[in-house]
Design a protein. Structure first.
Length: 194
């Protein structure tokens, strides 16, 4: 059976299957060349965390973002950038999203929760983000945009790298997948059945 990396590489060759949104808007650009391991290590150092091994493999063996769930996984330097963040801030790479959300406050809280198997259960951000009170969670890395301020985020503080969905309109988080690997597998299965 092909590995997840090989399956992703195969599927993204078709512009209509490169992202979850490709059925509405097929990829309009060529695939981004893979990132180097040095680029991944530099991004991890800048964010102060480690990324899931599968994500490192996708960056270094498949391409520097622009494929996967939502509008595509955010790339590293020189890779896919999200236009929404470019319009509202600077950049649009994975590191830009994390740095923009996290800000510079050293008192950033660590997200405390126990993931449960019910993917529909809400977690608890029970505050309205405002520019004067904005906070984000340490090691919670936005990985892709689904539109309308719906972001998937990897919890890099946990060894199994759960993926959480952030609903920016309601300021809520919910568990989307217990692991990053399962999140990618779920996306692959959804495009294989279309």
């Amino acid at each position: 059976m092909p590995s997840i990396v090989e399956r992703v590489r195969e599927h993204i060759q078709d512009p209509w299957r490169a992202t979850s949104m490709s059925a509405f808007t097929p990829r309009q650009h060529s695939l981004y060349p893979p990132a180097t391991l040095a680029m991944v290590k530099a991004a991890e150092a800048k964010m102060g965390l480690h990324l899931p091994a599968l994500l490192v493999g996708l960056y270094t063996l498949v391409g520097n973002g622009g494929f996967g769930p939502g509008y595509g996984i955010f790339g590293l330097e020189g890779g896919y950038v999200d236009q929404e963040l470019i319009a509202e801030a600077q950049g649009g790479t994975l590191v830009d999203w994390y740095v923009t959300f996290r800000g510079t406050d050293d008192r950033i809280p660590e997200l405390q929760y126990e993931p449960i198997s019910d993917e529909k259960s809400s977690l608890f951000i029970d505050r309205e983000p405002r520019p004067d009170q904005w906070t984000w969670f340490d090691k919670l890395v936005p990985i892709c945009n689904h539109g309308c301020w719906q972001l998937s985020c990897i919890d890099c503080s946990k060894a199994d790298f759960p993926v959480l969905r952030y609903d920016g309109q309601q300021s809520k988080l919910r568990l989307e997948s217990p692991t990053f690997d399962q999140w990618i597998e779920k996306w692959l299965n959804s495009i294989e059945t279309k």
